[in-house]
Write a protein of this length. Sequence first.
Length: 325
Amino acid sequence: MGEETVTAGDLGLFGPGSVSWRIYAEPTLFVGGLRALYLQALHPVAVAGVVQNSGYKGDPWGRLVRTGDFIATVVFGTTEQARAAGRRVQAIHRRMRGIDPSTGEFFRIDDPDLLRWVHVTEVESFLTTAVRSGLDLTPAEIDRYYDEQRRSAELVGLDPATVPASAAEVERYYDDMRPGLRLTRDSADAALFMVAPPLPHRLGLTPVRLAYTGVVALAIALLPPWARRRYGLPGLPTTDLTAQLSARALRALLATIPPKMRMSPQRRAAIERARQSATLAEPAPASARQSATLAEPAPASARQSATLAEPAPASARQSAATLQD
């Protein structure tokens, strides 16, 4: 019983008052995930690690589902669920190695520089996509989101002190990283694959293919201009404006879908735990408090105080009035 109570009140690493809960509840989050993949692929060593270890072409949708499940667990799961997910990811990364195609040297997949690149591109892409889709956040809330997400970074093995904790720090991080980012054979191959992967359930020759292609085009258009230029695409301001309008239209369309149909199991469970916690934290109604008072014998001192505080019966009030006259 005690364990259930702790779980029911455990709102995880962030909770309903966090900016993270607001952002990760956005319906356009999957567009942000694709945007992050296109950014990550510009890092020659990071994309080489993916190509050499993941076999993403054989099971792209399974990989996508597993990644989404991990993110939802970290953001909306209980504290222990989030930590357990982090331990599993760390255990997988710990066993993996890659070969730098430029130098021929071995590298570890759990190298902090690679983990930091994946983390920053991911959380920045989710934020940027949400804001450009119409989520209203103040600069202070944006900084708070980046600071919150350092807890996620810690789960995968990063020192939170080495992770950007504000919009300005993320911008400086990108400025530092940009000289080493480029389009390689691996990144070009991954980018083209993401444009037209095999769709599950024989959906490849249906309108779903057109819809998916439109989503990919939006994800690419939402990239920073410097990233689009590295893919050989124009970095024009008009592209940014068109992308923002398209993102807002997509958000409005997805908002017509009932929330329960697009809500992850982790988020549903988190909302229920938050509801239970709020119920437990609410003060009891006056009638309930009165009943509880009547049901519990008060200590003598409290009874005496209560007697002094309670209105006296009519006879007592009459005597008091007589004495005061």
